[in-house]
Write a protein that binds this ligand. Structure first.
Ligand code: ATP
Length: 355
């Protein structure tokens, strides 16, 4: 069993930078867990603190029930795959994969056998005698994975494992990584700033900003019910529309001149709110009504099978995803209706929490 528990984790770097501030996080045994957030939010620091490459200023790191906070990296039984793979350029694939076994003083024949077997599992049998410079980016990434797997660690830590691959390789490697993690069922924490990657790969995601956890949930939970406006604008291929409004009688929210249906519940009329609706959940309608958002199309972006339209009107700037054949053109007026069951209301102040 290799669940990970981070409790009260604080990390101060020299120069007064507090990268983590009393962070609490639990990763279940066998889980594929993503740390997602903008640059500088502390993702890599969390990973390096789990690995033992950074010492925690305060708090504890527990892996599989063992407090490893003060143990050196070599005694934590974790394997880390770095963004640049950190392969030895002068060594063959076999020797790179076998390297951690050599450090552990595994006899030569056994370590070569285990390295070849692991490399074979990752489809590298034909490349065993090549050096990293003679491999594609995707193959180098597999060598780095094989090296991590060769010692059968309790935990894998991946730092932006796909960021050095081109767009097509990235998709292939993503599917490969997901299948591999399922098969091995080793607890895995991976860092990414790419929300699509986190949604596609992870069992659960922690969304971070400024060294704080803003939400932990399954991809569906963080997509459907972002806990605050930060997560709402960070998750999704196009950010959620977040429109200032006021609750009115009849379970509606007045946004500009539109009275939009919303999950108002017990919120009193007159209360200011932020009305959240994803661009995918706005539908075109030919005529204006009291529950339609009306505006002028200012930008049309082609996304392949869909188009992203930007509208300007009394409700402010609103983005809408429509089918590719919508025939929308800049300058034309447009009316859209929100899907009431997908609307969310947020506090306009504080952390912008879900109401
Ligand atoms: P990125 O996505 O850009 O890699 P990140 O989310 O992984 O960012 P970290 O690298 O963990 O963020 O950094 C968190 C904060 O700590 C940042 O403000 C960063 O500038 C600071 N930091 C990181 N390493 C050090 C260091 N060795 N010394 C001082 N400050 C550091």
């Amino acid at each position: 069993m290799a669940a990970i528990a981070l409790t009260g984790l604080t990390k101060d770097y020299p120069g007064g930078v507090r990268a983590l501030d009393g962070l609490e996080l639990d990763v279940a045994d066998g889980e594929f867990f993503a740390l997602l957030g903008p640059s500088g939010c502390g993702k890599t620091t969390i990973l390096r603190t789990i690995a033992g490459l950074e010492e925690a200023t305060a708090g504890t790191v527990v892996i599989g029930g063992d407090d490893v906070t003060r143990l050196p990296p070599g005694r934590r039984d974790v394997a880390m795959v770095f963004q640049d793979y950190a392969l030895f350029p002068h060594m063959t694939v076999t020797d790179n994969v076998a390297y951690p076994l050599r450090i552990r003083k595994v006899p030569t024949a056994e370590r070569r056998g285990r390295a070849a077997e692991t490399a074979g599992q990752l489809g590298l049998t034909k490349q065993l005698d090549r050096r990293p410079g003679q491999l594609s980016g995707g193959q180098q990434q597999r060598v780095a994975l094989a090296r991590a797997m060769a010692c059968h660690p309790r935990v894998f830590l991946f730092d932006e494992p796909l960021s050095n691959l081109d767009a097509r390789m990235r998709l292939e490697a993503r599917t490969f990584l997901k299948r591999l993690q399922r098969e091995l069922a080793v607890t895995t924490v991976f860092v990414t700033h790419d929300q699509a990657e986190a949604l596609a790969l992870a069992d659960r995601i922690a969304v971070l900003s400024d060294g704080r956890v803003r939400q932990v949930g399954t991809p569906t939970e963080v997509f459907r019910r972002p806990a605050n406006t930060f997560v709402a604008s960070f998750i999704g291929s196009t950010p959620m529309n977040l429109l200032p409004g006021t609750v009115t009688a009849g379970a509606r929210v007045l946004v500009g001149d539109a009275a939009l249906p919303a999950p108002v519940g017990e919120i009193a009329p007159g209360t200011p709110v932020v009305y959240g609706i994803r661009p995918e959940y706005l539908r075109l309608t030919p005529t204006a009504g009291e529950d339609t958002v009306t505006g002028e199309i200012t930008v049309v972006e082609n996304l392949g099978s869909t188009q992203l339209l930007t509208l300007e009107g009394p409700a402010g700037t609103v983005q809408v995803v429509v089918p590719e054949d919508s025939e929308a053109a800049p300058g034309a007026p447009l009316h859209v209706v929100p899907r009431a069951d997908r609307a969310l209301l947020y506090r306009p102040d504080g952390d912008g929490e879900l109401l």
